[in-house]
Design a protein around this ligand. Structure first.
Ligand code: NAD
Length: 323
């Protein structure tokens, strides 16, 4: 079976269109939407990520501001800036840009952002709301019971928590977009980080998947993946999930983003114009083999990545709606 490719760019574009309408409605009601990025670095990657955020905000009609601090700022100075933004009624969402100056604790900063303005959804209060994901059912109704007829719509349509970690909500939104009954499906999440693996596993459980979490200490990764109806790969190891492990018809969501060298047919690095090895972005799953076995698969790039970006905007717009 050749898998259908899940087009994250297209689904993210649809969400952006809706957000644009939401921002216009908020403005009409006298509420501007503003995302502020706290930045204390000259790092090129951080600056280009900020430029991307600015462009994304402009596209949906939201305001964007950089709260600049010197690259040698200490934690107290950054916390003080975050507290000002927490208190500023014109600010809907706050993000702290990485990397941070040496010695500054990212986790502490995330706890200092007011939960209601937490654009990345990483404040422990918002992580906690993922545990409390408002799963509206105790179990699937039996045939003839109330709710049976519109089960699929109900079970995939309840609002996901917000603000909540962007990548997990983005990945689960892709899964929901397939309009498949997730009740009782065997799901395997490879990776158990706070930002990706753990919240994804919690959200899958809220959809009644029987969820297994694998990580670096898992003894037989292959056997877990082989049994899965849904595989979510989030380890950051290129090619970790072998295509032949994927069960026929399984759904594959590849969160991994890895830069690897492009090789020629002899396995030698292909060089670019500057004579340096050419690189490309790949996920954690052996895509070419996996796509012949899976029913649906996300590409890398173009799968989960665009969803992460749009969820940052959604968290901010949702915050403005509540503010
Ligand atoms: P992390 O390093 O914090 O966590 C990696 C996880 O993978 C850990 O739980 C670790 O135990 C597990 N792991 C590592 N090697 C393993 C192995 N050989 N076998 C089994 N488990 C293994 O990384 P993270 O921040 O959770 O990110 C994971 C990947 O997702 C990275 O590639 C990252 O770039 C990517 N990512 C993508 C997006 C996106 O928008 N698509 C967003 C965030 C992170």
């Amino acid at each position: 079976m050749a898998a259908k490719i899940i087009d994250g760019e297209a689904i993210a574009a649809e969400i952006r269109q809706q957000l644009k309408k939401d921002v216009a409605a908020l403005e009409h009601a006298g509420k501007a939407v503003k995302l502020v990025a706290v930045i204390a670095t000259e790092n090129k990657g951080a600056r280009s990520y900020a430029a991307r955020q600015e462009k994304d905000c402009a596209e949906i009609g939201a305001q964007y501001e950089l709260a600049e601090l010197p690259a040698d700022s200490d934690e107290a100075a950054i916390v003080a800036r975050i507290q000002q933004l927490n208190a500023d009624r014109s600010v809907s969402g706050i993000i702290v840009q990485m990397p941070l100056p040496q010695g500054v604790d990212a986790r502490r900063l995330q706890t200092m952002i007011a939960p209601a303005k937490d654009a990345e959804g990483m404040n422990p209060a918002n992580q906690g709301m993922v545990v409390y994901a408002p799963q509206p059912f105790y179990k699937k109704p039996a045939e003839g019971e109330p709710g049976y007829d519109n089960w699929l719509e109900q079970s995939l349509g309840w609002p996901l928590p917000s603000p909540a970690p962007c990548t997990p909500v983005g990945a689960v939104t892709l899964l929901r977009s397939l309009n498949i009954d997730l009740y009782g499906k065997e799901a395997v999440v490879v990776g158990h980080s706070e930002i990706v693996g753990k919240p994804i596993a919690l959200l899958l459980m809220a959809h009644f998947c029987t969820t297994t979490i694998c990580h670096i200490a898992t003894r037989d990764l292959a056997s877990h993946v082989r049994a899965a109806d849904i595989v979510v790969a989030a380890a950051g190891v290129p090619g970790l999930i072998k295509g032949e492990w994927i069960k026929e018809g399984a759904i594959v969501i590849d969160v991994g983003i890895n830069r690897v060298e492009v090789l020629d047919e002899n396995g030698k690095p292909v060089l670019n114009k500057k004579g340096k090895p050419k690189q490309k972005t790949v996920g954690d799953v052996e895509f070419d083999v996996a796509k012949e076995r899976a029913s649906y698969i996300t590409p890398v790039p173009g799968g989960v990545g665009p969803m992460t970006v749009v969820m940052l905007l959604k968290n901010t717009v949702d915050a403005a709606k509540k503010g």
